[in-house]
Design a protein around this ligand. Sequence first.
Ligand SMILES: [Fe+2]
Length: 214
Amino acid sequence: MFCIDTFAAHCKTAMAAADDRQAAAAQLMAEAIAVHGPDAIIAALDAAVPPGASVGELIVHASPEMTLLYARIPAKFQSGIHNHTVFANIAQLQGEELNTTYAKDGDRLAVVEQQTATLGTVLTLPADVIHGIANPGNETAYALHLYGGDFGAIQDERSLWDEDSHEELGFSFPALVQQSVKAMAKADNEVGLDALVAAIPAAKPAVDAAKARA
Ligand SMILES: [Fe+2]
């Protein structure tokens, strides 16, 4: 059986002993998928979060060393552009996650590359990454995200970028949802907007407002 607390403890021990904390955590994530299988990990994560949890409530472990986030990505979801300020490892448990990374280009952001996290793999992103994620599939995608610091402690250091102007904004989970809604509305992604509301009922007012503007 996969146990989140045991896994977190193993990660912290391995990271403390490693020269490369990110690589040590990525190795343990890959091993967890190989040993337990993705479905058992999803079951443990589902049991750890409340029904209808908003994105900020999908944090299943937080400590000074690391945050574990249960990424339950609705069908066709597109996220706002954001950073983390700490490294991120994405262990894909079901479906796929498309990662688009950006670099500052004058007053704008320019796409650097796109990478897809596929089932059973662990995608590693550096601490200075600026990115957005998307679920290209028609079903919810599931992943375990491990970040190399405490999201609660670093929230004020993080940024979000406006979808239209690329203005740098302060990060919060509700603001991330707002920008995600904006990204999907801009792409006429009605499937993604509806799937977001089904997954996170708290997103409904923002989605209704975006639809009313369309
Ligand atoms: Fe991210």
